[in-house]
Design a protein around this ligand. Structure first.
Ligand code: FAD
Length: 527
């Protein structure tokens, strides 16, 4: 059995698999080592209960880079997107509801139920976001320059500045606000209907331990106009067979180019000699050697758990220790014997209201209050629920007539004051179910199974520090040239031959594959 490779990838998350596939395609001898018995990291499908195939963590896609789908021929390996239309449904306590887009005419009519002024403004708001996204999207697959680096970096920064100038003063100022500001004041300026603002605001805080009034939350707003589904911009979709099919199709592409993927292979140590990487050692002591090693695990795991501090500069270790891994997200996966029947829009079986994200969040103050609870170390008594039911569009996931409901819930902190998640998680899930029951009577009696995953369980299951779903906060101070830390945003690390290739690097979390793609490009440059 050979133990020497050109490149070893730690972790078979979708990003690590992308790196492996591109390196293998370029003729490198590649080994991927995954600690779990399943590949995919946070992008997986698991048969949690007989007949129910669940996207246990990530649940919707639009961000996966089209060039990766094309270069790796993912469709040949079973990758298929199922676009969602409508993309969201928000029922409200007064019995009204708001359904939104990609169908622009339907969206305009829906918003007009709440405010004709907002219905007129919404396309203008989308245009503004699209202009900002047009500027930002190409940066996703670029290696960030180092603002403290040499002339080459400054030249690249100048190029970005030049493109930014082209936005013009008005859109340029709006772009800066979106990159640095809070979602709430922006939404309050554009719109008057609280129902519309609450629906959009939920997207702004997704995965963040911050309410819409906090700086940094506006950045996520433009995610809904970025990305694409089958070539249509801004459309989010389900992946047929669940999110695991993203990872499986990338893994199959990597294997077709000769990459070797091993599961149950828990890396315990990154081997370093004289400032150069040598390979890795599994926890059972088995060693594998390579001149290049890329880690898809987060920066805390890679540098503080798998390495000796003596192999890294002290200021680098200190910067890694400052990364924000706070999280306030709980995922509840539920199997049901019928779709939720909403009071606001009753249906026999599956209706349009089940196709997209079902937002349970009446207004922005509701989100703020939910955050306040978590801020003080309690789970939110009235949490914001984002429910999706992929089985509305995908009949491969559950037995006929049965469904999978994914509940992405905020806010609930990693550390609970005076108690533990083991003691609290069922109480929290019961509260979430009570809330959905108010909007969709009969929901509770439809539940067949449930799996509740608070932040510490996310950390245990997926190896993500603090349960942070993005491998580290996506605030401006941790983005672009500052991800994972200043001076190391080019996928390289202080150790020669060692790279980061997962969401800990630019452009961060989400099923984009861009981190893996960019890392592979830099590794190929270094050879
Ligand atoms: C609950 C949840 C919901 C989400 N929802 C969405 C969504 O709907 N849409 C979206 O676009 N994004 C979503 N995200 C974010 C997205 O899933 C992640 O940002 C993305 O999957 C990260 O991929 P990655 O390959 O960079 O890292 P990861 O998926 O974290 O993969 C890292 C891999 O490394 C492995 N590993 C770690 N340490 C070791 C070791 N010592 N030895 C060997 N292997 C190791 C891990 O087991 C894991 O497989 C969600 C995330 C979570 C947790």
């Amino acid at each position: 059995m050979t133990t020497t490779y050109d490149a070893i990838i730690i972790g078979a998350g979708h990003n690590g698999l992308v790196t492996a596939a591109y390196l293998a395609k370029a003729g490198y001898k590649v080994l991927v080592l995954e600690r779990r018995d399943i590949i995919g990291g946070c992008c997986i499908t698991e048969e949690l209960w007989p007949g129910f195939k669940v996207s246990t963590a990530a649940y919707v896609n639009s961000l996966l880079r089209p060039e990766i789908i094309r270069d790796l021929e993912l469709k040949k390996y079973g990758f298929e997107m199922l676009p969602r239309s409508p993309s969201s449904f928000s029922p409200f306590p007064d019995g009204r509801y708001l359904m939104m887009g990609p169908d622009k005419d339907m969206t305009r009519k829906e918003i007009a139920k709440f405010s004709t002024k907002d219905a007129e403004n919404y396309p203008k708001y989308e245009d503004m976001l699209t202009k900002v996204a047009d500027f930002l999207e190409p940066l996703l697959t670029k290696t960030p320059p180092d603002p403290f680096g040499g002339l080459g970096s400054l030249w690249k920064l100048g190029g970005i500045g030049w493109k930014f100038r082209k936005l013009g003063r008005e859109v340029g100022s709006q772009a800066v606000e979106i990159l640095t500001g809070a979602a709430r004041p922006i939404l309050d300026r554009w719109f008057e209907s609280e129902e519309l603002k609450a629906t959009i605001a939920t997207d702004a805080v997704i995965g963040a331990f911050a309410p819409p009034s906090h700086p940094g939350t506006a950045y996520v707003l433009f995610h809904h106009v970025m990305g694409e589904c089958n070539g249509v911009r801004g459309v989010w979709g389900y992946v047929r067979g669940g999110m695991g099919m993203v990872s499986k199709s990338i893994a199959d592409a990597a294997k077709s180019h000769g990459a070797e993927i091993r599961t149950n292979a828990d890396v315990g140590k990154i081997l370093v000699k004289d400032g150069r990487v040598q390979g890795v050692a599994l926890k059972d002591g088995t060693e594998f050697h390579a001149r290049l090693v890329a880690s898809g695990a987060d920066a805390n795991v890679t540098f503080l758990k798998l390495m000796d501090a003596k192999d890294l500069p002290a200021d680098f270790v200190a910067a890694v220790k400052r990364i924000d891994y706070s999280s306030a997200t709980v995922k509840i996966n539920v199997a049901v014997d019928r779709p939720p029947n909403f009071k606001a829009l009753p249906s026999e079986g599956v209706g349009l209201q089940h196709h997209g994200t079902m937002h349970i969040c009446p207004d922005q103050d509701y989100i703020e209050r939910a955050y306040d609870d978590a801020k003080y170390g309690r789970w939110a008594r009235d949490p914001m629920l984002e429910c999706t039911m992929a089985t509305a569009l995908d009949n491969t996931l559950a037995p006929p007539g049965k469904h999978i409901l994914s509940m992405f819930v905020q806010y609930a902190p990693y550390h609970l004051k005076g108690t533990t998640w083991d003691a609290e998680k069922d109480k929290f899930a019961d509260r979430c179910f009570d809330i959905l029951e108010e909007y969709a009577p009969g929901f509770k009696s439809s539940v067949l199974h449930r799996m509740v995953i608070p932040p510490p369980d996310m950390e245990r299951l997926w190896g993500i520090t603090g349960g942070n779903i993005m491998q580290g906060s996506m605030s401006l101070s941790s983005m672009f040239s500052f991800r994972p830390v200043a001076g190391y945003a080019n996928y390289r690390t202080p150790v020669k031959g060692l790279y980061l290739c997962g969401a800990a690097s630019h452009p961060g979390g989400g099923v984009m594959g861009a981190c893996g793609l960019n890392a592979a490009r830099e590794m190929l440059k270094d050879g």
